[in-house]
Design a protein around this ligand. Structure first.
Ligand SMILES: CC[C@@H](C(=O)O)C(=O)SCCNC(=O)CCNC(=O)[C@H](O)C(C)(C)COP(=O)(O)OP(=O)(O)OC[C@H]1O[C@@H](n2cnc3c(N)ncnc32)[C@H](O)[C@@H]1OP(=O)(O)O
Length: 252
């Protein structure tokens, strides 16, 4: 198993469990996320969903560049990208609050996963960035659509995406990407964030979530995420992208 899935006190947690690879996403993680979403979508007893990473170094380092290195053309890239975009739309649209517990580094697709969540609770030690640009691609899992939908300032979103830099937790709080920053243990950080929220009846959270989802449906978010995957696939087949991935894999 490349994930640890638990349910405790109405909180379902999906923990990506590849700490030796900075919790990068491969096809096995995608399959397990798909199965997890199937379970949660059918379970009315769940009040919160949390996604996090194993270990204390990484939340998620995006797509597994070694595994996805085999993917060469736009036609080959689109099924992988659109599948993950579809999974992230489903994650975003779960009928309960969805929390990214960003316990460590989040880069590339890791930031897209977190952006699909309703809240991002970020460790003070974590760094995060939409570094896809450094690989000569754009976000391919619908993360830009999520940001344009959720953050107030389109100029900040453009900057976050286009500059492809890594930011500190406090910078991310200022930009509005992080909902809260915690010091120390991630479980305690989560408990602190949920402490007040859990005093409010779950039906209230579920109803606000229903309203948020209705907005996303009106805004055609799902199709926009798929279009984003298509645009990324177009850049995927460029020499510039393959050369950048090659540099990372071969530590050049
Ligand atoms: C593909 C989808 C696309 C999208 O649509 O968004 C993306 O996600 S693009 C972005 C892909 N991700 C990256 O480019 C990040 C690559 N990783 C890094 O830049 C760095 O690892 C790090 C995240 C900044 C951390 O650096 P550091 O603390 O120095 O750790 P290491 O580099 O030594 O990493 C430890 C270990 O993990 C392996 N690793 C890390 N990230 C990935 C990855 N994305 N895919 C595969 N493997 C990854 C790294 O190779 C090391 O392994 P070993 O060398 O075997 O120890």
């Amino acid at each position: 198993m490349v994930s640890i899935q638990t349910v405790e006190n109405g909180i379902a947690m999906f923990q990506i469990n590849r700490p030796e690879k900075m919790n990068a996403i491969n096809f096995a993680v995608m399959n397990e996320l798909d199965a997890f979403l199937n379970t949660i979508e059918a379970n009315e007893q769940i009040n919160y969903v949390v996604i996090t990473g194993s270990g204390d170094r990484a939340f998620c380092a995006g797509g597994d560049l070694a595994a996805f290195h085999q993917i060469q053309t736009a036609k080959e890239a689109y099924p992988m990208l659109s599948r993950m975009a579809g999974l992230l739309y489903r994650l975003a649209s779960l009928p309960v609050p969805v929390i990214a517990l960003v316990n460590g580094t989040a880069v590339g697709g890791g930031c897209e996963i977190a952006s699909a969540c309703d809240y991002r609770i970020v460790s003070a030690k974590a760094k995060a960035g939409f570094i896809q640009g450094t690989l000569a691609i754009t976000t391919g899992w619908g993360g830009a659509t999520q940001l344009f939908e959720k953050l107030q300032r389109p100029d900040k979103v453009m900057q976050l995406l286009s500059e492809a830099k890594i930011h500190t937790a406090n910078e991310l709080l200022q930009i509005g990407w992080a909902s809260a920053v915690y010091e120390g243990d991630s479980k305690k950080g989560l408990a602190k964030f949920l402490e007040h929220m859990m005093t409010i009846h779950p039906n209230v959270h579920k109803t606000y979530k229903k309203l948020a989802i209705a907005n996303w449906e009106r805004a055609d978010v799902e199709n926009r995420m798929l279009h984003e995957a298509q645009e990324c696939a177009r850049l995927w087949e460029s020499d510039a992208h393959h050369e950048a991935v090659n540099r990372f894999i071969n530590k050049l």
